[in-house]
Design a protein around this ligand. Sequence first.
Ligand code: ASP
Length: 389
Amino acid sequence: MIHRRRKSASDAEGVSSARVYSIQSISVKGDTMKTNFKFLYFLLILVLVVSWQEASAQAKKLPNIVILATGGTIAGAAATGTQSGYTSGAVTIDAMLTAVPGIKEIANVKGEQISNVGSQDMTFEIMMKVARRINELAKKSDVDGVVVTHGTDTMEETAYFLNLTVKTDKPVVLVGSMRPSTAVSADGPLNIYNAVAVAGDPNAKGRGVLVVMNDWIHAAHSLTKTSTTAIQTFMSPLRGLVGVSAYGKNDFYNNPTWKHTTSSEFDITNVTKLPRVDIIFACADMSPDLIDACVANGAKGIVIAGVGNGNMNKASVDAAARAVKKGVVVVRSSRVATGMVDRNVEINDDELGFVASDELNPQKSRILLTLALLKDRPAAEIQTMFRSY
Ligand code: ASP
């Protein structure tokens, strides 16, 4: 009995402790589930926060690039995709950017319209506006680089002007296209993509103003337009390329050695008007009175696009010497596509007071001479500039 009672007591105890146990077990399970649920919830929030932080860090890592648009064929439009006639400077920067797939993945891009002209109508006024805007933008910590869209006809002139007047080592890249935006196989979108990739690349810093066209990266000092219609128009014949850019992957292998940007002494901050400098194209049986006409019309400088090594006929040398005597600075450059113009080769520069253009072609010689003439300087000082810029 006792045993049974005990047994039953113990049974009863067993039943009740089992019940207690199972009640406890339910409540423990419930607590564990609650804890697990809380933990999962916490984990989910953590994952969301981390991935949001990662996404915004990713977004922050993209370089901030400002595109200043000036016009040109890159902003040109034609009635059909295959006609050769078109109007340059017809499309806005915002419309141009929508035609560049993937651009948002390589940079945070903002566009500003400075002008919308074919670059045959580029003026010093617009160039100075661009230079000043770049100088403003470059001071901002949230701007990593600037791209300037431009017509190709005078791109080398604006690029070189900016090379001498912008005061930053942040990348400044000019870009254009040979085909209008409406053309079959328009080259503008990929050129813009590559230009933005170069402008956002820390390796592009400190190399002076660059031009990116058709996968090639040129220094402003060296490039020149060589074909009226081919998309591979820009060449850097004397110095070669600064690098290449293929679908936004850049490879730099040259560093321009001339003075530029931060090492340039030219400051256009308060300049409203630039001195007149003309270019005279030399040829066989050239008329010397063109040189006299430049002087009579107020030129402060004359660049001769000479034959060969900056030569001109005897009558023109005499006219140029007359100009020098009247205080005009005469620079001898060359109409030949490549090669240097050296002092005292066939013309006695020392005796006649001329300046030799060294590596600069006539159109870039004009830019340097124009800026040099912002101050009264002797020809010897200007000659030194032609060797260092
Ligand atoms: N005439 C055009 C311009 O310079 C040519 C071009 O952009 O390719 O604006």
